[in-house]
Design a protein around this ligand. Structure first.
Ligand code: UD1
Length: 420
C-alpha cells in the first residue's frame, strides 16, 4: 500500500487545475444504461472510483474505454443486469445502477452496500422510491432484486434530502409512464448535472435545481456526449491547502458558484478570495481565525469538506466547533489529527477544536477518502516529517494529489508499497 511522506511548513504558491467531478461522473456513467449506444464524456478524472464504475458497467456488457480525461462508453451490448457484492463493496455509488436497470430492462439485482468506514449509510430511500414507481422488490441474501414491466409515475416525498436517492429516482422516472414528482429532492450540483444530461438524452424534467422536481416519462432516450462539471470538493481541498500554509493559490477549471458557502467560510477565517469565471484565487493570511461550521445539504457547507475544515481549525487562533449533521460518525480523522498535535474533543457529531501554535509531523493512517485528505493537509502545515499511510483511499477521489501539491511547492512524495 502506498504512503505519502510530507515535510511540512512549505508555503503553497501557484496555479492548480481542478479536475472533473467524481460524483457527477459516478451518476452520469450509470445513466448511459438508459439508452443503448455510444457516449463520450470529457473532463472525467482519472480515479479509482471511476475505474470501479467502469468495471461494473463492463461486467454488464458495456464497452468502456478511458483515454486520459475522455471516457467512451458503449452500452449497446448490455445484457447482464447485476451489480455483485465484490464491486458494490468497493464503492457505494454502485447503487446508482438500480434506477436505470429497472427502468430500461425491468430487472435489477444489486448488492446491498453494507457498512461504511464512517458508520451506517442506509439505502432505504432508494428502495422505497423504486417501489413507489411500481417495481416489486425483494431483499434476498444481501441483494436487492427489483422487477417491473414498465415503471409508472408516483409522488415521492423524501423525508431526508439524499443525493443518491434523488439520482436513482430521476434515472428510474425518466422512462416511467406518467409524471413523477419528487419532493425534497437533492439540489447538489451533481444532481443538476445529471438532470441536464438526462434532458440532453431526451428526458422531460422540470424544476432542476429546486426541491420539487417533476419528471414526465418518455418512451425512449438517446445517447449524447457530455463534459463533467468541475469537482467542487477537490477545489475546496486546495483552498484549505493554501489556507493551512499561508499560501497564495489560483484554482483554474472550477466553478466558484458551487462553493459559495465554502468560500465565505474561508473569508471568515481571514483569507482574501477573488473569483472569476472558472477560477478562484485565495491569498491566505498567516493568522487563521476560528470559524464554526455545521455541515448541511447544498448550498450549505458540504460534509465532504468537514475533515479538511477541521484540519484548518487545528491551527486557528482560538476555538471552533464543527458539527456534522449529515454523517454523525464521520470523524475517523480526529484521532489521527491528535497524533499530529491537534487539540480536539469529540462528542458524538460535534468536534471542539482548540487551535494550537504548531502541528508536529507523525505517522498517521488514512481511513477514508476525505479523512485522508485532511491528514495530508495537516501534514503540509506540520513541523517536520509526516507519513500518511494507506493513501489508496485518497486515490479514490483525488487525481495525482501529491503531484498537484508538489507543483505548488509542497514537499511531498509517494512511496509505492513495493518500496517499503
Ligand atoms: C453523496 C456523495 C457523498 C456525500 C453525500 C452527502 C456521491 C457518490 N457521494 O453520497 O460524497 O458525502 O452525498 O453530500 O455522490 N440517507 C438515508 N437513506 C437513504 C439514503 C441516504 O437515510 O436511502 C441519509 C444518509 O444516511 C445521510 C443523508 O441521507 O445522512 C444524505 O446521504 P446521501 O445524500 O444519500 O449521500 P450519498 O448519495 O450516499
Amino acid at each position: 500500500m502506498d504512503k505519502f511522506i510530507i515535510h511540512g511548513g512549505k508555503r503553497l504558491n501557484g496555479t492548480v487545475t481542478i479536475g472533473g467531478s467524481k460524483n457527477a461522473a459516478l451518476a452520469l456513467m450509470p445513466a448511459t444504461l438508459l439508452a443503448s449506444g455510444k457516449y463520450q464524456f470529457d473532463n472525467v478524472p482519472e480515479l479509482r472510483d471511476i475505474t470501479t464504475m467502469g468495471k461494473l458497467l463492463e461486467m454488464m456488457g458495456a464497452d468502456v474505454e478511458k483515454n486520459g480525461h475522455t471516457l467512451t462508453l458503449n452500452t449497446f451490448r448490455v445484457n447482464k443486469f447485476e451489480a455483485p457484492y465484490d464491486q458494490v463493496k468497493k464503492m457505494r455509488a454502485s447503487i446508482y445502477v438500480l434506477g436505470p436497470l429497472i427502468a430500461r430492462y425491468g430487472y435489477a439485482k444489486v448488492s446491498l452496500p453494507g457498512g461504511c468506514a464512517w458508520g451506517p449509510r442506509p439505502v432505504n430511500l432508494h428502495i422505497e422510491g423504486i417501489k413507489k414507481l411500481g417495481a416489486k422488490i425483494e431483499i434476498d441474501r444481501g441483494y436487492i432484486i427489483a422487477r417491473a414491466k414498465r415503471l409508472r409515475a408516483a409522488k415521492i416525498a423524501f423525508d431526508v434530502s439524499s443525493v443518491g436517492a434523488t439520482g436513482n429516482i430521476l434515472m428510474a422516472a425518466v422512462l416511467a409512464k406518467g409524471t413523477t414528482v419528487i419532493e425534497n429532492a437533492a439540489i447538489e450540483p451533481e444532481i443538476t448535472a445529471l438532470s441536464e444530461f438526462l434532458i440532453k438524452m431526451g428526458a422531460h424534467i422540470d424544476g432542476i435545481g429546486t426541491r420539487h422536481i417533476e419528471i414526465e416519462g418518455v418512451d425512449a432516450l438517446h445517447p449524447v456526449n457530455e463534459r463533467m462539471i468541475p469537482d467542487r470538493i477537490e477545489a475546496g481541498t486546495f483552498l484549505a491547502a493554501a489556507a493551512l500554509t499561508a499560501g497564495t493559490v489560483k484554482l483554474e477549471n472550477c466553478n466558484p458558484c458551487h462553493l459559495t458557502t465554502v468560500i465565505s467560510k474561508f473569508k471568515e477565517a481571514g483569507a482574501s478570495i477573488q473569483v472569476g469565471e472558472g477560477w478562484i484565487k485565495i491569498k491566505s493570511s498567516k493568522t487563521i481565525k476560528p470559524v464554526d461550521v455545521t455541515t448541511a445539504v447544498y448550498p450549505g457547507f458540504p460534509t465532504d469538506m468537514q475533515a479538511q475544515w477541521i484540519s484548518l481549525m487545528t491551527i486557528a487562533k482560538g476555538s471552533s466547533v464543527i458539527t456534522d449533521s449529515i454523517y454523525y460518525d464521520r470523524f475517523k480523522h480526529v484521532p489521527e489529527l491528535i497524533r499530529l498535535g491537534a487539540n480536539i474533543e469529540l462528542n458524538k457529531n460535534v468536534a471542539v477544536i482548540k487551535g494550537v501554535k504548531k502541528l508536529r509531523g507523525a505517522k498517521v493512517m488514512s481511513t477514508d477518502l476525505r479523512a485522508s485528505a485532511s491528514l495530508v493537509l495537516a501534514g503540509l502545515a506540520a513541523e517536520g516529517k509526516t507519513e500518511v499511510l494507506r493513501v489508496y483511499h485518497l486515490d479514490r477521489g483525488y487525481e495525482h494529489l501529491e503531484k498537484k501539491l508538489h507543483l505548488l511547492g509542497a514537499k511531498i512524495r509517494r512511496i509505492s508499497g513495493k518500496e517499503y
